[in-house]
Design a binder for this molecule. Structure first.
Ligand code: BV8
Ligand code: ZN
Length: 250
């Protein structure tokens, strides 16, 4: 993977950066992606699980899936890709981290401000009264968690297909994309909208768009530069170039 002189120069001067991450940034932590090899959705179909009707039809099945994913997340840790963005946030005056991931790993890595477009699997709320219930543990013999306040069904606080994204986060992400000089699209296949529109908007607004991915994606054709490889290797290298060129060796 070679980094162009254009990007090296930009990394030494850039003051406004917008990042979009997807499941690929968590792959090296051992969290399965959705659509890549071994992706969970290759086995499971999103229609059956990640939508509200499926949940109301079979809340137990959907909760077993989320409970399984939460259990996996207890044993994984952020990887050098997540950590690189914690450092980049310190180096860049106007830095915005937008994620599609619900795995909470950016926050666990120490990123102070994360725009979670698809929610967060660690949070849950009542479908009837909206009360949040964050100490929900579901195992297969236990019934679906019920709201202490009104007895309604508790659901994971993630955005399912056909559901609106949190408007404030989406607006803030859109604004950051519209003003950034450099946009990094990292570990996302770019198939899910409106999130996948963020890097495209940045490019159209004049940003230099770089894709960090092990494979070709739906966003590759929009990028100024493709860095083919693992985010856990590439992102620390980008930060090293930033630090060196700004005389801020760690
Ligand atoms: C909405 C949360 C509107 C739950 C998720 C037809 C055309 C276009 C759009 C649509 C359409 N039909 C329907 C739509 C809209 C739909 C959509 O985009 N569908 C797609 C599939 C066609 N979008 C929606 O429904 C959204 N809502 O539009 O509402 C609306 C309007 C009016 C009124 C009401 C509503 C809601 C979308 C959110 C869905 N929720 N997840 C959960 O996670 O359990 S989506 C799910 O996909 C995850 O959030 C995930 O983050 C997201 C995107 O996937 P990726 O992160 O990109 O992961 P993926 O596995 O695909 O790719 C991983 C990449 O990493 C790969 O490229 C791989 O090569 C790379 N990689 C692997 N290892 C590494 C690596 N890269 C670097 N380093 C490595 N080591
Ligand atoms: Zn309730």
């Amino acid at each position: 993977m070679t980094i162009s002189q254009t990007l090296r120069t930009l990394l030494s001067t850039v003051r406004s950066v917008c990042v979009l991450t997807g499941a690929g940034i968590s792959a090296e932590s051992g969290v399965a992606t959705f659509r890549g090899d071994g992706g969970i959705w290759n086995k499971l179909r999103p229609e059956e699980l990640a939508n509200f009707d499926a949940f109301m039809r079979n809340p137990q099945l959907v909760w077993e899936w989320y409970s399984y994913r939460r259990t996996i997340l207890q044993d994984v840790r952020p990887n050098p890709g997540h950590t690189a963005f914690v450092r980049m946030e310190q180096l860049i005056p106007d830095f915005t981290l937008v994620t599609q991931n619900v795995d909470n790993l950016h926050r666990r890595a120490g990123s102070s401000r994360v725009l979670e477009l698809h929610g967060n699997i660690e949070r849950s709320y009542c479908v009837s009264c909206g009360t949040f219930a964050n100490d929900v543990h579901v195992s297969d013999e236990v019934q679906v968690p019920r709201c202490a306040a009104c007895g309604g069904l508790i659901r994971p606080d993630v955005v399912w297909f056909g559901e609106m994204l949190p408007q404030d986060e989406l607006d803030e992400a859109h604004e950051a994309a519209g003003r950034c000089e450099l946009c990094l699209s990292v570990g996302t296949s770019g198939v899910v909208y409106p999130a996948a529109g963020i890097p495209i908007h940045a490019r159209q607004a004049g940003a230099y768009l770089v894709e960090v991915n092990t494979e070709e994606t739906d966003l590759s054709r929009h990028a100024n530069e493709l860095l083919r490889g693992a985010s856990g290797t590439i992102l620390p290298e980008l930060v090293r170039i930033m630090e060196e060129s700004r005389g801020m060796n760690a």
